[in-house]
Design a protein. Sequence first.
Length: 167
Amino acid sequence: MPAPDPRDRDDDRRQGGFVAGAEALLFGSLIFVVGVLLTINAWGVVDAHMTADAVARQVARTLVEADPGLGLPSELQGVANSVMDDMQRDTPVTLVFRDRNGVAADNPSSLLVRCHRVTVTATLSTNTVNLPFIADTWGLQRQVTGTHTEVVDPFRSGLPGEVDCDG
């Protein structure tokens, strides 16, 4: 059997194999970029959810301690706007007030009954980026809500009626 020619071995080494891996590098980079954008989008939605929770919590606490009156809705909206400013958000927030049965109330003053639960839901919008490959599940704008429930203090002043916490 003849000995192998050393020139044949040199031809094999000149190929290097880089051309066969170029598409893998490109595809891997694309997957990395999409993954980073997905992480940024997810954090934006989580941050908006934390903001909505903070708004709902602060508005509910203010509501159960407030005096009933005509200026209460604007006072509560002012509290919501203040929390939004503190969280460095400039999107509008929508507030919904519900009684202990889950019925929405037009006037939050009507919810101030001793021992009753008051639920506040805050809704705001957050922007996201359209992502390649998963554009159907992520839109450009997402609605995020936060909900908080407080109980009106039975012994607080400024409310009519007797204390009846049985019902």
